[in-house]
Design a protein around this ligand. Structure first.
Ligand code: GDP
Ligand code: MG
Length: 195
């Protein structure tokens, strides 16, 4: 593979900031128009959202936030680049993320195909061993326009050792669950690595 060792070669150890709080990096991947930015903005209104650093807001599609989970603060940076700006492999080498959130719209089969391509890539490169990978089927509120079933989404995730969730950023359905799930998955991976 031309990408051998290029993206997931390094170990995804957590970096600590000046006050010793671990900062997790989460990249959002997927076709444009599937609702990545909408999901990140919904995270900001979550009851788990503790604080949010507005200074970093949007400039590079990055949002630095603090998520309160089990009485613990989790510093998280959501990296939401427009899809055309950076390839997946480039994104991984640049950010060495702790988690990848791969989003498609259940109304858009082409976006599901694209998400599967990304999952294939992550799986081939053994990224799934080193970081949390979550497949997200968004826009479930558009019931009558659905063209990708829950079963297909679930099967694709299972096949690639990824987690799966369906969301609607419009109706706030499962948005908190996704936010909390991402943080929990990262923590589980880091805890497993320490053993
Ligand atoms: P991105 O390109 O992946 O960042 O997608 P955006 O967040 O910009 O969303 C693209 C369009 O889809 C916007 O018009 C959103 O309002 C719409 N959208 C995003 N999420 C949902 C959803 O869950 N349901 C519906 N019906 N529309 C959504
Ligand atoms: Mg966007």
């Amino acid at each position: 593979s031309p990408f051998e060792g290029s993206c997931c070669g390094s170990s995804y150890v957590s970096s600590e900031n000046s006050v010793g709080i671990t900062k997790y990096r989460v990249v959002l991947l997927g076709e444009s128009g599937v609702g990545k930015s909408a999901l990140v903005s919904q995270f900001m209104t979550s009851e788990y959202m503790n604080t949010y650093d507005a200074s970093l807001d949007d400039e590079f599609g990055e949002k630095s936030v603090s998520v309160l989970l089990d009485e613990e603060e989790n510093e998280v940076v959501f990296i939401d680049h427009p899809a055309h700006e950076m390839s997946v492999e480039n994104c991984l080498t640049t950010y060495e993320p702790h988690a990848c959130v791969v989003v498609y719209a259940v109304t858009d089969r082409a976006s599901f195909k694209k998400a599967e391509d990304v999952l294939n890539y992550l799986w081939r490169e053994s990224c799934v061993d080193k970081m949390a990978v979550i497949l997200v089927g968004n826009k479930v509120d558009l019931v009558r326009n659905r063209s990708v079933s829950s079963e297909e989404g679930k099967a694709a995730a299972t096949h690639h050792d990824a987690k799966f969730i369906e969301t609607s950023s419009g109706l706030q359905h499962n948005v908190d669950e996704l936010l909390v799930g991402v943080v929990k998955q990262i923590r589980l991976r880091l805890a497993a690595k320490k053993k």
